[in-house]
Design a binder for this molecule. Structure first.
Ligand SMILES: Cc1cc2nc3c(=O)[nH]c(=O)nc-3n(C[C@H](O)[C@H](O)[C@H](O)COP(=O)(O)OP(=O)(O)OC[C@H]3O[C@@H](n4cnc5c(N)ncnc54)[C@H](O)[C@@H]3O)c2cc1C
Ligand SMILES: NC(=O)c1ccc[n+]([C@@H]2O[C@H](COP(=O)([O-])OP(=O)(O)OC[C@H]3O[C@@H](n4cnc5c(N)ncnc54)[C@H](O)[C@@H]3O)[C@@H](O)[C@H]2O)c1
Length: 472
């Protein structure tokens, strides 16, 4: 058994753990990093990267089939599923060196390719090593939650960890769950020529503003995705190529393949948290606002900390804890300025409060400013006019923004800056946006906030009349 002493032990080499290890070692800390599976974690291997690469192929196919509105004859796309998945694997391979063991070792991190397990409040065992660290950060991420549905143990099913290994196109993909994974993969597979059915226990895209998610779901339905809501899957049966899903209400759906996209569970089972006095909740490691666990030397970041489960949030968490760990500075994590985007077409982006949340918290102090894509000249030119932006404003400052439409994920970036820095609507309005860009919707939303104050204000009209009377 080899004993190692270090300043910082990071458990898990995914988005959060890698950001933290790279930052800490480059600022002079002695860092050990454990990874039991693939370097890069979920995002690189089974999540963001493969899903966005697949979506790129699907959108290319959809684009080919829909050019007539631009005066170019539609073509029948020849999507080769095997070649598409080869493209997905190639994209992962191109990004992988950035997250690789070699790169981290070159930076000076000691990388151990083993799963870690606490054996005391200050020690973790990883294979033949026992590591003692001044501070330990759990960054073990999450895994697909496969609900205890009758038949699930025997019927073949896919999750995000196996979907991208498929090489033959599913004829009819049944998807349990209409969250971001289910909806993104449904549209991508439909555009690649599969029949697709989403079976959702409650509401699809239920965490987003329903007025905006309706636009995404209507688009999917128009493209031929069957979306069944208020339908909890109770049992599955059948075998490879012929799967039968039955809901609680007795409805039956037949398909060739089944994808389970029913949520996530935190990766804590292997950690033996009790040995270190670390409490868990139903969603992961219990942490305070500094992301510190019930063991004061141990922090948790990213998906395993249970709240917003996104790559950029894991990276942000790494920044929060690095201040506490390396500089002993009090550093607290906040959520109000963290965006998320669902990469459907149209895209669905959110930051801060939704309208319902803002109304609950701010009541009649809330003002809503909206602007439609069909009034944006670039969207008209490219025929991408479906969508709108909604800005929730309290005392002249945005507290939340929801966008559905082309490149909503790019457009929300400006509001991420605004909410992170407490900018006012007047500062957004003062920006000159290049014409013609989709990004102009942001400035026009700010304009929509000020227009009633400027144009429907009798006092302003009186002042203008008075000045015009006196001006030579
Ligand atoms: C299909 C899909 C698409 C997604 N798309 C997006 C997107 O477009 N944008 C976005 O922001 N987010 C997206 N996400 C979410 C994103 O992937 C996660 O939020 C992100 O990967 C979390 O990073 P993490 O560091 O917390 O965990 P992970 O990246 O999961 O890394 C955790 C690592 O810890 C390792 N590990 C676990 N237990 C141990 C142990 N005991 N010892 C050692 N190592 C251990 C694991 O093997 C893993 O490599 C998507 C997720 C999925 C599933
Ligand atoms: N673009 C992105 O940033 C992106 C993309 C994909 C995933 N993610 C991350 O991964 C997380 C997980 O995504 P997800 O879609 O798996 O989870 P989710 O929790 O968002 O959605 C799961 C859905 O499955 C439904 N469900 C659960 N059990 C069911 C059953 N028995 N029958 C029918 N429906 C059932 C739930 O009602 C829920 O709507 C997301 O919340 C997000 O944090 C992000």
């Amino acid at each position: 058994m080899a004993k190692i002493k270090t300043d910082l032990l990071v458990i898990g080499a995914g988005s959060g753990g890698l950001s933290l290890a790279a930052g800490a070692v480059q600022m002079g800390a002695d860092v050990v990093l454990l990874e039991g599976n693939r370097m890069g974690g979920d995002c690189l291997n089974f999540g963001c990267v493969p899903s966005k690469a697949l979506i790129a192929s699907a959108n290319a196919a959809h684009g080919q089939a829909n050019t007539a509105r631009l005066g170019v004859a539609n073509a029948v796309p020849q999507a080769d599923y095997q070649a598409v998945m080869a493209h997905v694997a190639d994209v992962i391979a191109q990004i992988a060196p950035v997250d690789s063991q070699e790169r981290f070792e070159q930076l000076g991190v000691r990388v151990i390719r083993e799963f870690g397990q606490f054996i005391s409040p200050t020690e973790v065992r990883a294979g033949e090593h026992v590591i003692t660290a001044r501070r330990i950060v759990i960054a073990t991420g999450s895994a697909p939650l496969v609900p205890p549905i009758r038949g699930i143990e025997t019927v073949p099913h896919l999750t995000n960890e196996t979907l991208f290994d498929l090489r033959e196109k599913p004829e009819h993909l049944l998807i349990i769950g209409g969250g971001p994974i289910g909806v993104e993969m449904a549209q991508a597979h439909r555009r690649l020529g599969c029949d697709v059915t989403i079976i959702e226990a409650a509401h699809a895209l239920g965490r987003d503003d329903p007025e905006l998610s309706a636009i995404v779901l209507d688009t999917l339905r128009d493209e031929g995705v069957e979306i069944v809501e208020d339908a909890k899957v109770a049992s599955i049966r059948g075998g490879a190529g012929a799967i039968v899903v039955e809901t609680k209400g007795g409805h039956i759906f037949n398909g060739s393949h089944l994808l389970v996209a029913a949520g996530r569970k935190a990766n804590i089972d292997r950690l033996n948290l009790e040995a270190a006095g670390i409490e868990a909740t139903s969603s992961g490691v219990r942490v305070d606002e500094r992301l510190r666990s019930t063991n004061r030397r141990v922090y948790a970041i990213g998906d395993v900390a249970g709240d917003m489960q996104f790559t950029h949030v894991a990276g942000y968490h790494a920044n929060v804890v690095i201040r506490s760990i390396l500089f002993a500075l009090p550093s607290r994590g906040k959520n109000a300025h963290l965006p998320h985007v669902t990469y459907t077409d149209p895209e669905l982006a959110q930051i801060g409060m939704t309208e319902v949340q803002a109304r609950e918290q701010h009541g009649d102090k809330l003002t809503i400013a909206c602007f439609d894509y069909d009034e944006n000249d670039r969207a008209i030119a490219t025929r991408q006019t479906s969508g709108f932006i909604k800005v929730m404003v309290v005392r002249g400052r945005p507290v939340g923004v929801s966008i559905v439409g082309a490149q909503a994920g790019e457009a929300i970036g400006l509001w991420a800056l605004a909410l992170a820095n407490g900018l006012k609507m007047s500062q957004i309005a003062a920006m000159v946006a290049p014409y013609p860009t989709l990004g102009e919707i942001n400035k026009r939303a700010a304009g929509a906030y000020f227009s009633p104050r400027l144009f429907d204000n009798p006092m302003i009209k009186r002042v203008v009349r008075a000045i015009q009377y006196w001006v030579p």
